[in-house]
Each structure stands twice: as structure tokens, then as C-alpha cells.
Design a protein around this ligand. Structure first.
Ligand SMILES: Cc1ncc(COP(=O)(O)O)c(C=O)c1O
Length: 423
């Protein structure tokens, strides 16, 4: 195993080196529970640091606007072939720089400015790019939103169908950033067909579960599927677009370039290809099973400690704590947990009464701790640390003690151990 890819900076640019090293230490020392984060493998990380960053390759493989693209063509084709095999789809564009870019390109391909879109409300777990008024999706298109059922906190497909029939959107978006249960993409497609809308599934959060058949695949049902590559899928930071219908190919590719991007990041595409191969291994399925098991144990433990959990549990990689009936806000608990080296993010909950900067929820996710190899007994300990931190907010002495225990736990699950040895 080679050393850290950034080691050379120790001599060549010490200021940048110091920032990266501090972040390395933070990731190693603490417990990472942000649901959208993960620890990419050494191979995925190392493969980003390559000379393909030097190459302009606007266009698609074999249809470039620059000379000298034969090797990036081979590599981009490999990434496309691997991702199509992984998700069993006919076509892919692996160039989007991020999930938001993938969505922007898909919107451009499918609908016109001013068209109506229907997505999950941000405060109920949707994403900014699904119609928020501060995002391109709500600025250039007319956004409408469905909400979770106020009783069950689940997607209510009959309600969504009724809303779709009255709004008559050109595009329906399924997928979420903070929804802890399975999503029925088949039902979404039936609704879309009934009102003559396109169905876009943004599977960013659950792509790793979909790749390993632990969640229904959206591919047979959606007209277009978008995703990030860095969440449960455990690749480099980036986006992808997948689809089956050849008739959409030209407009989707044009939506990416020249529609919303310039030159693709071929060095990142190389790393995406590495990640798609890793995700096809049997060990990746074992890992994803652990992600879900851990999430379920975490939810159960938190409930037994007296916390309210949205929907009462989890089917996927995330758990949403509901603090709305307590004096503690999401922001306050996030900050207290930071002091004990547990990283989470505050999140709105359905029927949110606090402001979006304060919130009444905490979103927890198990992709990163599962990559470290933590299991049931560690989830129980983590739930306990969260509970203790909640009770000891404001007591810095008690928090310092909890923090030491958290660091001891993290140390038992080394991260990037070869790189740590080369320090
Ligand atoms: C559902 C969903 N879509 C899109 C995105 C945007 O991804 P990115 O941050 O890579 O632009 C996110 C990120 O959190 C997400 O949760």
C-alpha cells in the first residue's frame, strides 16, 4: 500500500498539508453520523489524484470537442459500462460534477422553464434541488410540493396522486435527503403516467442500497434516475444520470454538456469507475446490510432511551430524531454532540415549528460508522453517548468525559490504517 496521496505537500505546501492533516485527524478521532457522508476507500481516494485532471474533454466519448481524448474516452466508457452493469440500466452519463448538477441537467433535458414540478417538501425531507425557491429548480420552474402523512409520517401515495391530479405537473420527483423508509417507485410511476408527467428519481441517498438490491430499484420505473456517488455508494464526490429509453439520450447528454457544465472532471470519473467496481463486490452487499442493521439498532436504542424517532424506525441508512416536544433544538444537540466528537446534522422534522437554522430534528446515518466496521454493540454505545450528551448539555466537564470515551471507541476501529502508520 502506498502512502497518503497528499504526503508530498508536507514539504511542498505546508499550509494546505496542515489543513488536510487536521481534517484527517478529525475524521479518525470522532464518530461520523452524517447520513450523506462516508469514507471512500484508499483506492477511490488515490485514484482522484491523477493526470487526467490536465485533460479537456468536452463532449462524450468519441464525440469530443478536443483532440487527444483517446485514453479518457476508454476510461469514461469503462465508467459508463460499470455503472450500467451495477444498476442494470441501458444508458449513463457519468460527468455531472455533483448531485445538484445531475438534477439541473435532468430538468433541462425533460422540461421547459415555467413548467410545473412536484417534489417532496424540503422541511419534510426533500432536497433543495426538488423545487426550493432559493434553488434553480424553484426559480426556473413552478414548484409544487407533497408532504408526509401527518399521522404516519410516511409518504401517502393516495394523497400524492390526488395532488398530482390537481396540479398536473410536467415532472414528478421522487427521492429524498431525510426519509428513513422505503420508497415505492412503482407507485410513483403509476401516478406520473396517470397525469402524463415524467418521473425523475433522485436516489442519491440510497444508491448503495439500490446497487445491492436492499432497496427497490427505480431503474425499471423512472424515466430518469439521478444520484450522487459519494453517499451510501461510497465513491468520490460527484453525480451520475441513468436511464433506459434511447429516445432521451440526446437531450440528457446535452443537458449535461453544453447545458449545465463545461469540461468533465476526467480524474474524478476515473475514481467513479473504481468505486463502481468496488460496489459490485459481494463484500459491498455485506457492508450495505450492516448499514441497514446498524440504522435499525440505533433507532431502537434511541427509542428505548426515550427519544421520539420519526416513523418509529428505519428501513434504510438513516434515522431522524424528533426533538419537537423537548426544550432542546436540533441546533443545540448538534453543537453539544460536536463537543463529544460525534458529528451529526440538525434537520427539520414534519410539522416543524422552529426556524430552518434551529430545527427540531437531528439526522443520523450509519454509512460511515459501518465502513469502519462498527456493529450492534457500538450502535448501542453510540445511542447511549447521544443520550448522555443530551442530558449533560451545558456541563462541559461531563461532556469532556463523554468525549474521551467516544475517542476511545473510534480508536478501536482504525480508519485508513496504512496511511495512519505512514504518518
Ligand atoms: C437527494 C439529494 N439530491 C441531491 C443532492 C445534492 O448533491 P450534491 O451535494 O453532490 O450537489 C443531495 C445532497 O445532499 C441529496 O440529498
Amino acid at each position: 500500500m502506498l502512502g497518503k496521496p497528499w504526503q508530498e505537500l508536507a514539504e511542498k505546501d505546508h499550509e494546505v498539508y496542515a489543513c488536510i492533516e487536521s481534517e484527517f485527524k478529525r475524521q479518525e478521532e470522532g464518530i461520523e453520523l452524517i447520513a450523506s457522508e462516508n469514507f471512500a476507500s484508499e483506492a477511490v481516494i488515490s485514484s482522484m489524484a491523477n493526470i487526467m485532471t490536465n485533460k479537456y474533454a468536452e463532449g462524450r466519448p468519441s464525440k469530443r470537442y478536443y483532440g487527444g481524448c483517446r485514453h479518457v474516452d476508454t476510461m469514461e466508457n469503462l465508467a459508463i459500462e460499470r455503472v450500467c452493469n451495477l444498476f442494470s440500466c441501458n444508458h449513463a452519463n457519468v460527468q455531472p460534477h455533483s448531485g445538484a448538477q445531475a438534477n439541473a441537467a435532468a430538468f433541462l433535458a425533460l422540461i421547459k422553464p415555467g413548467d410545473k414540478i412536484l417534489g417532496l417538501d424540503l422541511s419534510n425531507g426533500g432536497h433543495l434541488t426538488h423545487g426550493s425557491v432559493v434553488n434553480f429548480s424553484g426559480i426556473h420552474y413552478k414548484p409544487h410540493f407533497y408532504h408526509l402523512d401527518t399521522e404516519t409520517e410516511l409518504l401517502n401515495y393516495d394523497q400524492i396522486e390526488n395532488l398530482a391530479e390537481s396540479v398536473k405537473p410536467q415532472l414528478i420527483i421522487a427521492g429524498a435527503s431525510a426519509y428513513p423508509r422505503h420508497i415505492d417507485f412503482k407507485r410513483f410511476r403509476e401516478i406520473a403516467d396517470k397525469v402524463g408527467a415524467y418521473l425523475l428519481v433522485d436516489m442519491s441517498h440510497i444508491a448503495g442500497l439500490v446497487a445491492t438490491s436492499l432497496h427497490q430499484s427505480p431503474i425499471p420505473y423512472a424515466h430518469v434516475v439521478t444520484s450522487t456517488t459519494h453517499k451510501t455508494l461510497r465513491g468520490p464526490r460527484g453525480g451520475i444520470i441513468l436511464w433506459n429509453d434511447e429516445k432521451l439520450t440526446a437531450s440528457i447528454n446535452k443537458g449535461v454538456f453544453p447545458g449545465t457544465q463545461g469540461g468533465p472532471l476526467e480524474h474524478i470519473i476515473a475514481s467513479k469507475a473504481v468505486a463502481f467496481r468496488e460496489a459490485s463486490f459481494e463484500s459491498f452487499k455485506t457492508y450495505q446490510k450492516l448499514v441497514v442493521q446498524n440504522s435499525q439498532v440505533l433507532a431502537k436504542e434511541l427509542i428505548s432511551l426515550g427519544f421520539k424517532i420519526i416513523t418509529g424506525g428505519s428501513d434504510n441508512h438513516l434515522v431522524l430524531m424528533d426533538l419537537s416536544s423537548t426544550e432542546t433544538s436540533g441546533k443545540a444537540l448538534e453543537e453539544a454532540l460536536e463537543k463529544v466528537f460525534i458529528t451529526v446534522n440538525k434537520n427539520t422534522v414534519p410539522k416543524e415549528k422552529r426556524s430552518p437554522f434551529v430545527t427540531s430534528g437531528i439526522r443520523l446515518g450509519t454509512p460511515a460508522v459501518s465502513t469502519r466496521g462498527m456493529g450492534e454493540s457500538e450502535m448501542k454505545k453510540i445511542a447511549n453517548y447521544i443520550h448522555l450528551t443530551y442530558k449533560q448539555q451545558g456541563n462541559d466537564e461531563a461532556l469532556a468525559k463523554i468525549g474521551e470515551e467516544v475517542k476511545t471507541l473510534a480508536k478501536q476501529f482504525p480508519l485508513y490504517s496504512e496511511w495512519t502508520k505512514s504518518k
